[in-house]
Design a protein around this ligand. Structure first.
Ligand code: FCB
Length: 455
């Protein structure tokens, strides 16, 4: 099979996050996070699953790094669990938590795998939710910077590439407006407060990293979902423009332009928290790279009765299985396979945001993988998915987009938030009963792609 060839130094890796794989929730002094609380609340997670054990990665870390090595990965994106470092969210540091990530870092480096840690991938210490209402309160932005400083002081001598937040829009919207993720709120003002305070926390953290470890490179990870008008009418185009502001420019614009996108921001001003003087310059200070996650695109249809957005924002339900609709493959999340979307995201950054250095920090798909009797896992749909998206990313790169690397989501099957263990995104299959890992066909394919780069 012929693989696309990327420039020398292009990084191919895999991604994961702490709550989704680590398990060991009560081990070595870890405190509870909002996801422990939420996943143990009846009716929130499919099949009442939770992350108590997950992939037991906390206890199998060495085996998992060996697995990464066997796949030929050049980089690994993982997240650090704030409640392992500060079980109470603030105050007393838990050395054992830091030690775990320090061991992971050393092992990765020993195996020539570059660590790309994310400081916040949604597992906010429950204590901060209880005490401050989480990121609704700007006190938590500066606590995030304190936590960042502690971690960077411990690992910054070995870790170069840091990202502050994973997908602020999704954490704010799914967790505080749509109620589908922790902490499960359904309030628009809460959504706007959290959104602003997350970005503020990002800015404060960047400032802190520059102060304590100026040699480090830092960025933020945002999810980009291109929104197309449902029909080619002015009204639907207007709805798509607003929806793009709500989902995509709400993070990009403050970070790169120092202001929230208009007209969306003006239309929602009654819902905003106080934006204090200096906030926007903290948020928009220079970063070294942007991480983007892309999974799908969406369509906007005009709705006059939805005040500021003028489109449906009911949120999409998770599908039961993978399916084909109108000849188009959909993943088992129900998401349309649309490789052109990743190209659109990269072009958007080049054309409207001055072509920043970009890593695709997540891209991948859930399909209904089933092991054969001999244990082999063949997932041709995922191979096709990855192949088509990676080719589109390659096209953008050839057109001058400053793309530096690609991380597949995910290294292995894991706890997929509200969908629990029912959705498998891994290029490695996990048998949760035995914790046995089996490299899928897509994992073998990915290994081949990486290998082909050095020839
Ligand atoms: C992203 C999350 C990641 C994973 C994928 C499928 O929104 O960052 O943790 O769940 O979706």
């Amino acid at each position: 099979m012929e693989y696309p060839k990327f420039p020398p130094g292009f990084v191919f890796g895999a991604a994961s996050s702490a709550y989704q794989i680590e398990g060991a929730v009560n081990v070595d002094g870890r405190g509870p996070s909002v996801w422990d609380t939420f996943s143990h609340t009846k009716g929130k997670i499919r099949n009442s699953d939770n992350g108590d054990i997950a992939c037991d990665h906390y206890n199998r870390m060495a085996e998992d790094v060996a697995l990464m090595k066997s796949l030929g990965l050049k980089a690994y994106r993982f997240s650090i669990a704030w409640p392992r470092i500060y079980p109470d969210g603030e105050g007393q540091v838990n050395q054992k938590g830091l030690d775990f990530y320090s061991r992971l870092t050393d092992l990765l480096l020993k195996n020539d795998i570059t660590p790309f840690p994310t400081l916040f991938h949604w597992d906010l210490p429950q204590a901060l939710q209880t005490r401050y209402n989480g990121f609704e309160n700007r006190a938590v932005s500066s606590l995030f910077a304190d936590y960042t400083e502690t971690v960077v002081r411990a690992l910054g001598d070995r870790v170069v590439n840091w990202t502050t937040l994973n997908e602020p829009f999704e954490f704010a919207a799914l967790g505080h407006f749509l109620g589908q993720h922790a902490p499960g709120k359904t309030s628009l003002p809460a959504y706007f407060r959290v959104m602003h305070h997350l970005l503020l926390g990002h800015g404060m953290a960047v400032e802190r990293i520059r102060a304590v470890a100026p040699q480090c490179k830092m960025g933020i990870v945002v999810s980009l979902t291109p929104i197309h008008p449902q029909t080619d009418t002015d009204k639907d185009r207007q709805a798509a423009m607003l929806a793009n502001q709500f989902l995509n420019h709400i993070t990009l614009s403050p970070i790169y332009k120092g202001s929230y996108p208009e007209p969306l921001w003006g239309r929602t001003r009654l819902l905003h928290p106080a934006v204090k003087e200096g906030d926007m310059s903290l948020i928009s200070q220079p970063i070294d790279f942007l991480g983007i996650n892309n999974y799908q695109r969406e369509f906007a249809t005009f709705r006059w009765y939805v005040p500021f957005l003028q489109m449906d924002i009911s949120g999409s339900d998770i599908a039961d299985t993978e399916f084909v609709r109108d000849g188009v493959q959909h993943t088992s999340m129900g998401w349309e396979v649309y490789p052109q979307g990743i190209y659109e995201c990269l072009r958007l950054l080049k054309d409207e945001y001055n072509n920043p250095p970009v890593y695709i920090t997540e891209n991948g798909a859930a399909f209904d993988d089933r092991p054969l009797e001999d244990g082999t896992v063949n997932d041709p749909l995922r191979v096709q998915f990855l192949d088509s998206y990676i080719r589109k990313a390659h096209q953008a790169l050839e057109e001058g987009c400053d793309l530096r690397g690609y991380f597949v989501w995910s290294l292995m099957d894991n706890f997929e938030w509200a969908a629990g263990y029912s959705k498998r995104f891994g290029i490695v299959y996990v048998d949760y009963a035995t914790q046995k890992r089996t490299v899928k066909e897509s994992g073998r394919w990915y290994k081949g792609l990486i290998h082909a780069q050095s020839r």
